[in-house]
Design a protein around this ligand. Sequence first.
Ligand code: SF4
Length: 100
Amino acid sequence: MTRPTNGLAAREPEDWRLDAECRDWDHELQGDPWHPNSDLPGAYDDARKICNGCPVAALCLQAAFDTESRSDAAIRYGMFGGKTPAERAAVLRKQRRLAA
Ligand code: SF4
């Protein structure tokens, strides 16, 4: 791949992760709000606050949809793009209904 010579490295499509709000999160020190131990109401509140301020939330959500639309729903887990597994499943069901 050819890189520009002006000192700016070209970005790859997956490089959106470099701008993620969670990029430098220290899971050992700060825990993992994106993967709570329950699906009870409020379990994802801390993660949602972070995701809602993330500049690449739409790309993160699309990446999750791309992966999950090809997979068994049983592997859907964690918050991506500010949406819980149940919320993403509901969006995918709606998209499939509209496409049918
Ligand atoms: S939307 Fe949330 S999980 Fe996705 S990259 Fe941003 S902070 Fe991380």
